[in-house]
Design a protein around this ligand. Sequence first.
Ligand SMILES: Nc1ncnc2c1ncn2[C@@H]1O[C@H](COP(=O)(O)OP(=O)(O)OP(=O)(O)O)[C@@H](O)[C@H]1O
Length: 558
Amino acid sequence: MGVVGEAGRRDAGRYAGVTALGLVSAALALALPYALGHTLDQLLRGAAAGWWIAGCGALVAAQTAAAAGEDLLAGLATARAAATVRRRTVRHMLAAGPPAAGQGTGDLVTRVVGNAADAAVTPAAAAALPAALAAPVGGIVALGLTDIWLAAAFLAGAPLLTLLVQRFARASSDCVTAYQNAQGRIATLLVEALGGARTIAAAGSEQRETARILGPLPELGSHGRRMWRVQGRATAQAAVLVPLLQLTVLAVGGIRLSAGALSVGDLLAASRYVLLATGIGVVVGQLGAVVKGRAAAARVDEVLAVPVPAYGERQLPEDGAGTLELRGVTAVRGAETVLDGLDLTVPGGSCVAVVGRSGAGKSVLAALAGRLADPDAGTVLLDGCPLPELTATGLRDAVGYAFERPALLGDTVADTIAFGPRPLPPDHVTRGALAAEADAFVRLLPDGYATARNQAPFSGGEVQRLGLARAFAHPTRLLVLDDATSSLDTVTESRVAQALFHPPTPRTRLLTTHRPATAARADLVAWLDSGRIRALAPHETLWAIPEYRELFGGGDGG
Ligand SMILES: Nc1ncnc2c1ncn2[C@@H]1O[C@H](COP(=O)(O)OP(=O)(O)OP(=O)(O)O)[C@@H](O)[C@H]1O
């Protein structure tokens, strides 16, 4: 059962209410023609009809109240379903980790924002369907009860109506799915372009980019037009068919009236029953919502099908030194085996720099070290515990990260630095900022650490320093830095190096770098080559190897 089905089950009471009120409203709508017909006959007969007139008024009021109640309940249940679907999808997306290559951010946003809302309509539309069907079916039965010839006249044309509904559901389902997929592709291209807006402006390629983003537009347009054509054809056919059916029934009714088989009131009632019987528009509308919602729900369920890493129950040993082991680790990205049975032990409390040519797999290794991704084979252990056996908070309390381009999250600058699995005392925040050489520029902001994060423009180096401050502020036993000092000028970097290479409290550090000076400061260098660790030794030792020197452009060794 998809997430929409689950949301529907959780709010079963409300949806049952929608069905019940819908059926009550349909029953009252069916009772009204009889009451009107009978009232007319009474009046024509000159009999007292006061109570009947009052009854008709009461029926109209009750039906209006039931229909309003149905709409209100459906609206409330739909809003709750949309909230549930969005909450679950967002939680799942973030828990699943970084999206795989090819999974566009824009497309994911479309699924959570647009498709979730369309999908959430489905249970209410489905709950309203019995009532939408009850009115036409009841109308036919009532026609039959009034006079069997009236029902026979209607049923002669009914197969055409059924065919119309079936064809509409089938044809619109295909184009709705294709339309939503094309929408997702446009959103992906747009998000990508907004991320690279500076590059686009610098390259002067706004027009070409606009054309690229709107590339799927003709396809979107053609699916959209097909959707409207299907809808329009169904409406037009219904518009011809429905009055024809009404006229046929009324003509038969007229003949039966002149033969004395029907009263004038019966004919009035029949004219309203036939209207209810041909309530195809309502059914088509409800079906349209269900079809669109099902297609949208399928796109939401695809997001939820992405596996989320499972966590265990284990806690790390209290006195662990932070020893990191990668045993026989293989990582496949796309068609490429990036890490191929790699073994590496980072001794507790030491600092190991991972070096290798660009694309060697340093970032992939860094991601595996703190379980931002799981290896395709092999095991990663921290203080002897395989990472998947740790609890989620235990793992995040133990491993900190700093990235080349960190995302700044949280409301204020202090929140950005404190961003983590649990609240962080303010002195930790300032200590982290001091260690990352961020304290001075943060204090120059209008409200210092309390400055709203989105009010403060930061340079690339400042963003990196805030990312480092976050990593330093959290007392994790393992710190993974993925090219996290690449944008710092050399003076700042050598100051930050103090905190990095001589931490006030012992912690294990794994850092990826392209800089020989950084590699030289680490206790050991892990040289990544062809998916494995080619050597694990101090920088000075490795420097004797010409191929190693070539990694750094054959420089002077830092
Ligand atoms: N999600 C992904 N999907 C497909 N391929 C990927 C993915 N992530 C990484 N790769 C590929 O894996 C290889 C290793 O990438 P990685 O980012 O780890 O290299 P790196 O050594 O850190 O490079 P650099 O020094 O340039 O940052 C590259 O060929 C990259 O294209």
